[in-house]
Design a protein around this ligand. Sequence first.
Ligand SMILES: Nc1ncnc2c1ncn2[C@@H]1O[C@H](COP(=O)(O)OP(=O)(O)OP(=O)(O)O)[C@@H](O)[C@H]1O
Ligand SMILES: [Mg+2]
Length: 385
Amino acid sequence: MSKTHPYPIARIGLVGGGQLGRMLVKAAKRLGCTTVVLDPVEGSPAGQIATRQIVGGYHDADRIRELAADCDVLTFELENIDADTLAELEAGGFPVHPSARVLKTIQDKLVQKQFLREHGIPTSDFEAVEQPQPAQFQAFGYPLVQKARRGGYDGRGVAVMRQADDFDSHLPVPSLIERFVEADKEIAVLVARNTRGEVASYPPVEMCMRPGENVLDLLLAPADIDPAIRAEAEAIAIRTVEALDGVGIFGIEMFVDHQGQVLVNEIAPRTHNSGHHTIEANITDQFEQHLRAILGLPLGATDTLSPAAMLNLLGAPGETGRPVLRGLEETLAIPGVCLHLYGKATTSPFRKMGHITILDHDTASARAKAMQVRDTIEIGAEEAS
Ligand SMILES: Nc1ncnc2c1ncn2[C@@H]1O[C@H](COP(=O)(O)OP(=O)(O)OP(=O)(O)O)[C@@H](O)[C@H]1O
Ligand SMILES: [Mg+2]
């Protein structure tokens, strides 16, 4: 006899109501699940479309317990949340995926790097920094990258230092320093692992970073890398998630250096910006895959249906306020353009307001259209009246 499931299949509790959460809520609806979102901002991108939003902070233990009380399983869309309360819920038998232990390993970038090193997963050399001192940086050697142990995202909390003079721009916090990698490419591999230990990985994608800001600018899928590197990247990504004993979807960011060596940059224990194209370009998108993984359901096929390029729509520099879209019609007139807007009530410079995936017969033409889109669409702010 095959197993019977209730309907809705599960009530998902989600810590974090941003764009990743919003896309997860959409997938949850499609998959016959209900959702409750915890976010401090009323009407958050995910909260707008969830069954219910609890208004509260990511570190508010009482609100996290309230969330659990109303759900069957807890998950999250960002790392900077109260892991102790998640651990306490787990200890009481409540399912949290990925686990509080996995989250704690990743929350602290130093612990994360130590984890990689201990498990023999290739990553750049590093050392811990308690209080930044020029002598330690000098002895480690430039160029280097300093990273805050906690709280960084979208390149905040990362300082690239080419030479000793750059020490002036150091981050005055507990951190790590690591070897600067002369990367040929930055790639990412999404790996899902379900509660039964089954894994599925997605074809590597190429991430092009915005120079000077370390924030994802353009993504190409699949990555233009040779098959041996592709196989190596997928194997390393799967090994990483298995070593973590992680459940859910994980974005493994990697460098491919000039020698074709693959090094893990960092692990995201959640859906990832580099997987947005999977909504249109792969059989199972990363959001549905995450839900399948945490609910112990069979994982979906990850095959690529179409080459794609993906652009984040960032708030225009120098403009803050109620968003307005410029160039929308010209953009939508380009064949293969798929628009996603996140429902954020205000825009500010470089804020992630939405994204566009472009499907085309090859990544080169998808990329060319992405460049055209970038020059066409803009999210600015209404003139103050
Ligand atoms: N060791 C390194 N060598 C060269 N470049 C690096 C190194 N570490 C980080 N970078 C650059 O800085 C970017 C941001 O670093 P990282 O991914 O560690 O930080 P983050 O703030 O967590 O990023 P995000 O939230 O955008 O994923 C990387 O994508 C890469 O472009
Ligand atoms: Mg990163």
